[in-house]
Design a protein around this ligand. Structure first.
Ligand SMILES: [Ca+2]
Ligand SMILES: [Ca+2]
Ligand SMILES: [Ca+2]
Ligand SMILES: [Ca+2]
Length: 185
């Protein structure tokens, strides 16, 4: 997170507490910690540079109050934010992958009692478009990506409580040219 070559830790804290970045001193001591954002009931964290400025964003999946993107910057204050879900949505899990193969990393959201969806990243984090995986609502505990059928497009798996779990083969065309040829659907 601070570009010193040592991987840092970020924790998701529940029960209206701050989540923290723990900075690795290079010998896996994590005594230097930094709270970021507002206290929340957070179940999941994802880290990725959504706008390609070299500073990773932190995405919080919250059970209460909506999910938030905290934009990275040189000073690591995380003051620029976007809330991208309704306050009532109970998010249990996040994943990141470029599912529509446009070069921008997208956000996958696993929910309890709300539809699971993809937030398509448009023009390097300028805006996002929600695409539901299914109109159904499940008790989803985990959402992950893997290329199940080896077509070089990430597929999506959801693990649900009290019901079936599902996988979704990638519905997006591989690239513009493939779409024009009607391939990859
Ligand atoms: Ca570091
Ligand atoms: Ca960034
Ligand atoms: Ca994308
Ligand atoms: Ca695939």
């Amino acid at each position: 997170m601070n570009h010193d070559g040592h991987l840092d830790l970020i924790t998701a804290s529940r029960d209206n507490q701050h989540s923290h970045i723990y900075y690795n001193d290079g010998q896996t001591n994590f005594t230097n910690k930094q709270a970021f954002g507002n206290p929340a009931d957070t179940r999941s964290i994802a880290v990725i540079d959504l706008n390609k400025d070299g500073y990773p964003e932190i995405i919080k999946g919250n059970v209460v109050g909506g999910n938030v993107i905290y934009f990275g910057s040189k000073d690591r204050q995380y003051t620029r934010t976007i809330q991208f879900s309704s306050a009532k949505e109970e998010t249990s899990s996040l994943a990141v992958a470029d599912v529509d193969s446009d070069g921008d990393t997208d956000i996958l959201v696993g929910n309890f009692n709300a539809s699971n969806y993809i937030m398509l990243n448009k023009n390097a984090g300028q805006s996002f478009e929600q695409v539901k995986l299914s109109p159904q609502k499940y008790a989803t505990y985990d959402i992950v990506v893997a290329d199940l059928n080896k077509d070089s497009r990430e597929d999506i798996l959801v693990g649900n409580s009290d019901g079936l779990s599902f996988y979704y083969l990638n519905p997006f065309p591989k690239n513009k040219k493939a779409a024009e040829n009607g391939e990859g659907r």
